[in-house]
Design a protein around this ligand. Structure first.
Ligand code: G3P
Ligand code: CA
Length: 250
């Protein structure tokens, strides 16, 4: 996993947030391709377990914000999900873009780019999602190229119990008293926080505990500077090109 390898090298990795959500429909193949082309070192995406046991790549539990459909994703069949148009809200070139399933993204990413796979739910992640995610990652031989992340730390813990060799991260927001202790409780390898709440002290303590540190979402120069100052290892970006340019020019 490139993120872990580069941790504390002084280099900040650009993590394309839902691909490149500022430039293309989020969590779609065009968004992942664009994110990579715009200089992302790794790509972040969100997954939900459907009633058929498939892992659909989408942020919200409901399809209405990001597609032309309505209703809860978890109750839809694969056929219904594949019939949705996720290419809305951007130019016509994205019209007809499908909602991908995790396997499709893993197959595309293999040998190209690392992934941060975030487990979502409605609101809690569905029972059995941890094993489903691990199975899919293993099926595509991507165990060394993903980090599995979640706001629900018991889910992170379960992933680690099922697959100790797969890297994980706890997501959290707000100023935590001891993020490193939270990570330890979940057996996680990284801490990942909304940058607004991340202090240098948290980063230093996480590093001292052997964890690496990521955050979201960095889209302006003042934020890039702040993140460089506090020493994060990677940052989620809606416009990966902006952070890449800033990093290349500094
Ligand atoms: O990488 C974590 C970040 O994406 C969490 O927030 O709402 O974009 O999933 P959200
Ligand atoms: Ca996410």
């Amino acid at each position: 996993m490139i993120e872990q390898t580069y941790a504390r090298s002084g280099k900040i990795l650009v993590q394309g947030h839902r691909g490149a959500l500022g430039r293309a429909p989020e969590n779609t193949m065009p968004s992942f391709e664009l994110g990579r082309n715009l200089g992302a070192d790794l790509l972040e995406l969100d997954v939900h377990l459907t009633k058929e046991g498939k892992l659909a790549v989408m942020h919200d539990p409901d399809v209405s914000r990001t597609t032309n459909g309505t209703g809860a994703l978890e109750n839809m069949s694969s056929g219904e999900i594949s019939a949705l148009d996720a290419g809305i809200g951007f130019s016509q070139e994205f019209a007809g873009t499908r909602v991908p399933f995790l396997g499709e993204v893993l197959a595309w990413a293999k040998g190209k780019i690392d992934l941060a796979v975030e487990i979502k739910g409605n609101p809690f992640p569905a029972e059995g999602v941890e094993a489903a995610v691990v199975d899919e990652i293993t099926r595509y031989g991507m165990e060394d190229n993903v980090v599995v992340i979640c706001f629900y730390h018991p889910v992170v813990k379960k992933v680690k119990e099922i697959a100790p060799h797969i890297l994980t991260g706890i997501l959290y927001t707000g100023r935590a008293i001891d993020p490193a202790a939270m990570a330890r409780a979940a057996g996680a390898d990284s801490i990942r926080c909304d940058w607004h709440y991340l202090a240098k002290e948290d980063v230093d303590k996480a590093h001292a505990a052997g964890l690496w540190v990521s955050c979201w979402t960095a889209d302006s120069e003042d934020v890039f500077s702040r993140l460089a100052e506090i020493g994060v290892d990677s940052a989620g970006c809606n416009y990966p090109d902006r952070f890449r340019k800033w990093l290349d020019e500094r």
